[in-house]
Ligand binder design. Structure first.
Ligand code: CP
Length: 305
């Protein structure tokens, strides 16, 4: 039995296989409509979510399975003090697979050690969000036709942005990837990502405060939200929240085949005027997320493809 807690739990071959399966699901949805018949997914969400929870739930429903779960901690017995481990053991009696989001780093890992069914980390604090990374990878692969030889700009909150940390980790596995880190001084990428991933693997990167300066070089622009919920000090959040706002004017110097991604939700960092630009991929990204989660559920349940 396998869980997915960190993107490093998957080999590059497995990631490529998941993308290929998701592409096949997109091309032949009927072939997969009964693959998880009689299987149940439990979505245990201790933190708010729109895309990840509903995407997991639609993924299981489209595989012919069913869904149970809770969408806020207060509607579960954790409000009475039940531990994550006891919850995971309990839910193992009712479901075949768990998707868990939790504000505390490491909570899905604790759940996976207690559960007797696979656990998928659907986001743990500022730490990891591996299924968002799979979503980002399939989006880049479909939009660019490759995952190698690209300049990837990551912009916004690079300190607390769990999706950025996992994306850098995953994209670093492919040949010819360069990163441009665009952030305010206070929200730069953590040292452990710099040292353990970029420097260790000798991946070229530059750092800048200016989105406009970086723009002409980019093949991918990955925008992120400055996350109010990660700040201890509201004044710092207010000062930093609008550091970068992508507008049609700022895209004037961008490549014609740039792909703009964002894990969403957005607040103010991409003007809605950008949504009509052919380079805006963030709503397609949401849709691809469902297909890659279908592929992942099948893999972890060891359902024959
Ligand atoms: N991208 C993402 O995790 O969105 P939600 O918080 O809505 O799930």
């Amino acid at each position: 039995m396998r869980s997915l807690i960190d993107i490093n739990d998957l080999s590059t071959e497995e990631i490529n296989h998941l993308i290929a399966t998701a592409n096949d699901i997109i091309a032949n949805p009927d072939k997969y409509a009964e693959k998880c018949r009689r299987k149940k997914l439990a979505t245990l969400f201790y933190e708010p979510s729109t895309r990840t929870r509903l995407s997991f739930e639609s993924a299981m429903l489209e595989l012919g399975g069913s869904v149970i779960g809770f969408s806020e901690a207060n509607s579960s017995s954790s409000a009475k003090g039940e531990s994550v481990a006891d919850t995971a053991r309990t839910v193992s009696c009712f479901a075949d697979i768990i998707a868990m989001r939790h504000p505390k780093e490491g909570a899905p890992m604790v759940a996976s050690l207690a559960a007797s069914i696979p656990v998928i980390n659907a986001g743990d604090g500022g730490h990891n969000h591996p299924t968002q990374t799979l979503t980002d990878l399939i989006t880049i692969s479909r939009e660019k036709g490759r995952l190698d030889n690209m300049t990837v700009g990551v912009c916004g909150d690079l300190k607390f942005g769990r999706t950025v940390h996992s994306l850098i980790n995953a994209m670093s596995r492919y040949e010819g990837i360069k990163f441009v880190m665009i952030s305010p001084e206070e929200l730069t990428i953590p040292d452990y990502v710099m040292q353990d991933v970029l420097q260790k693997k000798n991946i070229p990167y530059t750092e800048t405060r200016s989105l406009e300066e970086a723009m002409p070089d980019l093949d991918i622009l990955y925008m992120t939200r400055v996350q109010r919920e990660r700040f201890f000090n509201e004044a710092d959040y207010i000062r930093l929240k609008d550091s970068y706002i992508l507008t049609p004017e700022k895209l004037q110097n961008a490549k014609k085949d740039l792909a703009i991604l964002h894990p969403l939700p957005r607040v103010n960092e991409i003007s809605t005027a950008v949504d009509a630009d052919h380079r805006a991929c963030y709503f397609k990204q949401v849709l691809y997320g469902k297909y890659i989660r279908m592929a992942l559920i099948m893999m972890l349940l060891e359902v024959e493809e």
